[in-house]
Design a protein around this ligand. Structure first.
Ligand code: GDD
Ligand code: MG
Length: 346
């Protein structure tokens, strides 16, 4: 089994800490290691083979350095000259994994999640392996806690440990998501997958042939050195962009889901980070040099200078070199509006 670690997102929902040049997977948001490092450490005991990393070319030194710090020797670091979303990134990894005639299981992992119970996750992966070996495309399902619209929703048949997927719907609208959650019949897609490399490539061939052709061309013409595999720029740029969820999981007849309860959180906002961060007796989660008087349920983040807060509740304060964010916890989704505005203003 080869872990395929995806590290291409830009994570602007955690602005001003997380940015295009420094997305959240490279930050130590929960614990002392970065989320990328924690992703590897979570599966290191499980993997019989070194991982394949797929990352944006601009992040190559950060990826290599962070892996070195945790003694991870990757089988390959594949570099994308431009982002084409997750379906092509996983295709490139599958081509790399099968290049020498092998056909291993690929454990596809986003690098921007927190999993509280790593041991439970590892045993779930072992449970899913039989189904994946038999040709299924297995995902790991999370019991939803609300009608989030940023997730994939999976309707599974009842019964078995690894269940058949009746329907996979990526990012439904709010009303649909509400109906799904109310029905009690749906899981969230955690964004982690287990399947044979050849099965994924076969599904792409069927549902997104132009994408597979472009990925094959980009992989065949890749430039390789000791450290990196650089996918060919012209060929990869010509590849249609799509996520594995839309391109494959919504369409395949062979999807399966294993429900898991492992303390999964995708840390998609400052309030989500507050939930997973270590809190004091008053619900305050503070990182860096912070003094808080009469505060409840706050999140403060800053290691450049002292941050002092008085009499606040449900407030987020993030201090970085060039920007300060002060927001109510219920409104932190709107940082993406701030980011969009800053981008538009150049
Ligand atoms: N290498 C590479 N290249 N990685 C990428 C790219 C890319 O172009 N785009 C995204 N990634 C990485 C991200 O860094 C992240 O680790 C992972 O792939 C998933 O991408 P997201 O962009 O974060 O996806 P999402 O959150 O909108 O949706 C996915 O995750 C949800 C759970 O968090 C889907 O799988 C949903 O169905 C799922 O519910
Ligand atoms: Mg995500």
């Amino acid at each position: 089994m080869i872990p395929v670690i995806l590290s291409g997102g830009s994570g602007t929902r955690l602005w001003p800490l997380s940015r295009e040049a420094y997305p959240k997977q490279f930050l130590p948001l929960a614990g002392k290691n970065t989320m990328l490092q924690a992703t590897w450490q979570r599966v290191a005991a499980l993997a019989s083979a070194a991982p394949i990393l797929v990352a944006n070319e601009d992040h190559r030194f950060m990826v290599a350095e962070q892996l070195r710090e945790v003694d991870c020797k990757p089988a390959a670091i594949l570099l994308e000259p431009v982002g084409r979303n997750t379906a092509p990134a996983i295709a490139a990894a599958a081509l790399q994994a099968t290049a020498d005639g092998e056909d291993p299981l690929l454990l596809v992992l986003p690098s921007d999640h927190v999993i509280a119970d790593a041991a439970a996750f590892r045993s779930a992966v072992s449970q899913a392996a039989t189904a994946a070996e038999a040709g299924r495309l297995v995902t790991f399902g999370i019991v939803p806690t609300g009608p989030e619209t940023g997730y994939g929703y999976i309707k599974a048949t009842a019964g078995e440990v690894v269940r058949d997927v009746e329907r996979f719907v990526e990012k439904p609208d709010a009303a649909t998501a509400e109906g799904y959650v109310a029905s009690g019949e749906y899981f969230w897609n955690s964004g982690m997958f287990l399947f044979r490399a050849s099965r994924y490539l076969a599904e792409l061939e069927r549902h997104a042939p132009a994408m597979l052709t472009a990925c094959r061309a980009a992989f065949a013409a890749a430039r390789r050195d000791e450290d990196f595999v650089r996918l060919d720029k012209a060929a990869f740029a010509a590849c249609p962009a799509d996520s594995i969820d839309y391109a494959v999981m919504e369409k395949t007849a062979d999807a399966a889901v294993l429900p898991i309860a492992v303390g999964w959180n995708d840390v998609g906002s400052w309030s989500a980070l507050w939930e997973v961060a270590e809190q004091d007796g008053n619900g305050n989660a503070h990182h860096g040099d912070v003094v808080a008087l009469d505060c409840r349920d706050t999140l403060a983040w800053g290691d450049r200078r002292l941050v002092a807060m008085i009499g606040l509740q449900d407030v987020v304060v993030v201090d970085t070199d060039d920007s300060v964010l002060v927001a109510h916890k219920d409104h932190v989704q709107d940082v993406k509006t701030v980011v969009a505005r800053l981008k538009a203003a150049g």
